[in-house]
Design a binder for this molecule. Structure first.
Ligand code: SAH
Length: 515
């Protein structure tokens, strides 16, 4: 999924869309739900709807947090929520009501719709992946299986256990249904298990309890009807969690795919710039990691474009145009396009890229790199250019304001005439409080560094308590230069890949945790 860069027209004004957000993993929302969310003007969302979905809402839309269910600290009462939906719809807004899981499964979605209907307000409902199926699937439990069960029931575990007349026919569900899934059942778990046993379900029936299903912080435990209350107490499982009861839980040994991903349960800090973090985050998350984005560098255009503009007017005089980073490419081409130019105006010089990722970025702008060194470092780049013979050649290097001098210096040493122009500058973000807090809580397992400046900025931003904050944390560096900078600043590098690419670094992190 990409962010909502392109604003789409709002969906029908004056209408309410009740949308199931899915169970926790934001990518489990339906395509329809996401399309509507991207066109909302007001979004009223719940505690259990992933906040990560909010980035798809158009700029300028109004967000309203409807609050936590069952936790006692409601931001708004149900009546207030109903009223808000009515008011915004009557004011002509396209309103999205975003709920965790499926809106009609223990979600009070129907009550909200009934209220809209009273006022004749048009509405649509988009179902969602309910947490019961997600929790079972993500804990490796198939909710049905021909050999084990032919029926499933979703049951509320929220009912007051001391209530004289229960709405739940315990005698019937205990033995009449194969798989039972209890929502909101953690507090009452001892009573639920007792009731089922009392009404004839075998005490050794397997039970799984899954907390924050489908998210990187998912936790699941198993036991039997006889033991599960104790297991949950000992492991400290708190809501939101689901209780899955039935023989199908036995299949978990074979099917538990989600928690067996190699980086599951590892919380990894990504210090790259926000623009560049996505590939690393995606690869780490694919392998099950929980990523914290704490960019240590933000990029800005140079104070003036005069240098680059001047170089572009004489681009045909250069023999080489050299790019040592993707950022340099983005800013260089950003300016080129802003000036009404494009790749066709770069006729003349050959183009060199420091590595495969940089070469790929060039392709996005319609340029095929003429040279990629074998070793993807500045030194490698300089050497391969020298090997081509650069004496007397004119070389243009667009790059960051502050960068290593190895490429221009080496080329000059070999007789080239080099123009270095600034196309962007790195600045330090001011706010790093969230990351500091995570480190202080001991929540981060590993920090990844993808350049020397990520190391120095990171340490700079931690300030004097760095040693306390970094106790027990592991470090990964993308290549030897970055590692050297880290070591120079007193950090021990635990992971360093043989090739200096993001995918290789992720593979090395997986190897590290698996060895
Ligand atoms: N409409 C929602 C359920 C709301 S009731 C749905 O279809 O999933 C709230 C209860 O749902 C919680 O107490 C918990 O039992 C369950 N729940 C919701 N999301 C969950 C998740 N990610 N992991 C485990 N349980 C979850």
């Amino acid at each position: 999924m990409t962010t909502n860069d392109q604003q789409q027209p709002a969906v029908r004004p004056g209408k309410v869309y009740l949308i199931g957000a899915g169970p926790g993993d934001p990518t489990l929302i339906t395509v329809k739900g996401l399309e509507l969310l991207k066109r909302a003007q007001v979004v009223v969302y719940d505690y259990l709807a992933s906040p990560k979905l909010l980035k798809y809402v158009p700029k300028g839309a109004e967000f309203i947090y409807a609050g936590k269910k069952g936790g006692g600290c409601h931001a708004h009462t149900q009546e207030e929520i109903n009223q808000m939906l009515v008011d915004h719809a009557l004011a002509g807004k396209a309103v999205v009501r975003l709920k965790g899981g499926d809106p009609f499964i223990f979600g009070r979605g129907a009550e909200e719709i009934q209220e809209l209907a009273k006022f004749g307000i048009p509405f649509e409902v988009v179902p969602g992946v309910t947490s019961a199926t997600a929790a079972a699937t993500y804990a490796g439990v198939p909710i049905t299986h021909r050999e084990f069960t032919s029926s499933v029931a979703f049951v509320t575990g929220h009912e007051d256990p001391t209530k004289a007349a229960s709405n739940i026919a315990w005698d019937k569900i205990a033995t009449g249904i194969g798989t039972l899934v209890f929502y909101m059942g953690i507090k009452n778990l001892p009573t639920i298990a007792e009731n089922l046993i009392k009404h004839g379900r075998a005490p050794e029936t397997p039970v799984a309890v899954v907390r924050w299903a489908s998210t990187p912080i998912q936790k699941s435990v198993v036991g039997t009807l006889a033991t599960i209350a104790q297991v949950v107490k000992e492991t400290g499982i708190t809501p939101p969690a689901l209780v899955v009861v039935g023989e199908v839980v036995k299949l978990r040994d074979t099917i538990n795919w989600f928690e067996k991903r190699p980086l599951f349960n590892r919380r990894i800090l990504v210090t790259r710039t926000r623009e560049q973090a996505s590939e690393l985050v995606r690869l780490l998350e694919d392998r099950g990691a929980d990523c914290v984005e704490g960019a240590t560098i933000a990029m800005e255009p140079p104070e003036s474009w005069d240098e680059l503009d001047a170089a572009l007017t004489r681009i045909g005089d250069y023999q080489w145009l050299v790019f040592a980073s993707i950022n340099a490419i983005r800013f260089f081409f950003g300016r080129l396009l802003d000036k009404g130019m494009d790749a066709r105006d770069l006729k003349g010089p050959k183009v060199a890229a420091v590595g495969v990722a940089t070469a790929e970025a060039l392709r996005d702008y319609g340029i095929r790199a003429d040279l990629i060194p074998e070793e993807f470092t500045g030194d490698g780049l300089a050497e391969s250019l020298v090997a081509q013979g650069v004496a007397g050649a004119r070389v243009l290097i667009p790059r960051a304001k502050k960068a290593r001098e190895i490429v221009p210096d080496t080329l000059r040493d070999h007789g080239a005439q080099v123009d270095v122009v600034t196309v962007y500058q790195n600045v330090q973000p001011k706010d790093y409080d969230l990351v500091r807090q995570e480190l202080a809580d001991g929540a981060i397992d590993m920090v990844t560094f993808t350049s020397s400046s990520t190391v120095t900025n990171f340490l700079d931003m931690l300030g004097n308590d760095r040693d306390k904050l970094l106790a027990g944390v592991k470090f990964a560096a993308i290549g030897p230069i970055t590692a050297k900078t880290a070591v120079k600043h007193g950090l021990a590098i635990d992971v360093q890949p043989a090739t200096y690419t993001i995918p290789a670094m992720v593979d090395a992190i997986v190897d590290f945790y698996n060895s």
